[in-house]
Design a protein around this ligand. Structure first.
Ligand SMILES: Nc1ncnc2c1ncn2[C@@H]1O[C@H](COP(=O)(O)OP(=O)(O)O)[C@@H](O)[C@H]1O
Ligand SMILES: [Mg+2]
Length: 281
């Protein structure tokens, strides 16, 4: 059965898109059929996966037909049949990964929700229509706790939150957890499992870093992953050159860390968990 994973944090630059890309790539490497949903008007995941189509201003304002139908249609036209959703699913440069991309048209409705019917269930209904076609759906979110992020949470089985230690006090980390629990209660989302917070772009040798980890542990306990993602220049290369990570280099500290994170998340069937474990060691 298809599992939906959302990568969520209301701050930018913490590693949401990187996490979405690398976890999706690892899942595809393990043989799973993956759908990425780009729910961020900045469209970085769509760009890196070679699925971005810039819309001219006439397309953004609706004077001409759009060059690309994408996540915009999912929300504005409330797509929910398999035939409709298949029209907005695009190929990527990575075998095993497809995407519902975003572009500047989506960015436009993200800012003013005028055209958008505001139900938190739009995305989950759309996903239901295609969930037999995929093993995993990974959703990249914008740096906001907005209406779209709420749709992502509602549609999820699992949520993970990347943080940079520079950005968060222990109270800040606890607030993320409280907010997600509050949404889960409010919408009665029994299927949503908040797996936890993990640290990205880590420079773990410093004392300040170690102190911060202790702080987080005292505040959120086992909701802090023990895996940290190290800072690694190969990540920037992957994103700037738009090359899949496994093609660019398998000699990457961050890639090893992401494998360990995926193992720690414990969401894979046993055979895939073992295969990934063998790949890391
Ligand atoms: N582990 C890492 N090591 C080095 N740079 C990273 C790492 N993770 C992310 N980055 C870089 O940090 C920037 C922000 O990451 P990104 O995933 O785009 O964050 P977000 O989606 O939360 O805004 C990007 O330039 C990305 O290449
Ligand atoms: Mg991003």
């Amino acid at each position: 059965m298809c599992k939906v994973l959302s990568v969520i944090n209301n701050k930018g630059g913490v590693g949401k898109t990187t996490t979405t890309l690398i976890i999706s790539e690892l899942l595809a490497y393990l043989g799973f059929r993956v759908l990425v949903i780009d729910l961020d008007g900045q469209s970085n995941a769509s760009v890196t996966l070679h699925a971005y189509v810039e819309e001219p201003i006439s397309g953004v304002t609706g004077r001409t037909a759009p060059l690309q139908e994408n996540i915009f249609e999912v929300f504005v036209d409330r797509l929910k049949t398999p035939a409709d959703i298949s029209k907005v699913v695009k190929a990527t440069n990575i075998q095993g990964i497809e995407i519902i991309p975003s572009n500047n048209r989506f960015e436009n409705i993200e800012k003013n929700l005028e055209d958008c019917y505001r139900s938190p269930f739009i995305l989950s209904r759309a996903i239901k229509a295609v969930c037999n076609d995929y093993d995993f759906i990974v959703i990249d979110n914008s740096p906001a706790m907005n209406f779209f992020t709420l749709n992502s949470i509602v549609a999820s089985n699992y949520i993970i939150t990347p943080v940079r230690v520079e950005d968060y006090s222990k109270k800040g980390v606890k607030q993320i957890l409280d907010k997600l629990n509050q949404i889960k209660d409010e919408y009665d989302l029994e299927q949503v499992n908040f797996l936890g917070v993990f640290i990205t772009q880590a420079e773990s040798r410093t004392n300040a870093f170690k102190e911060r980890i202790k702080d987080y542990e005292s505040e959120i306990g086992d909701k802090l992953f023990s895996t940290c993602i190290r800072r690694d220049t190969k990540i920037e290369q992957m994103e700037s050159k738009h090359i899949p990570m496994l093609e660019l280099s398998t000699e990457s500290n961050a890639l090893v860390d992401y494998c360990n994170l995926l193992l720690e998340m414990d969401i894979l069937p046993e055979s895939a968990q073992e295969l990934l474990m063998r790949s890391v060691s």
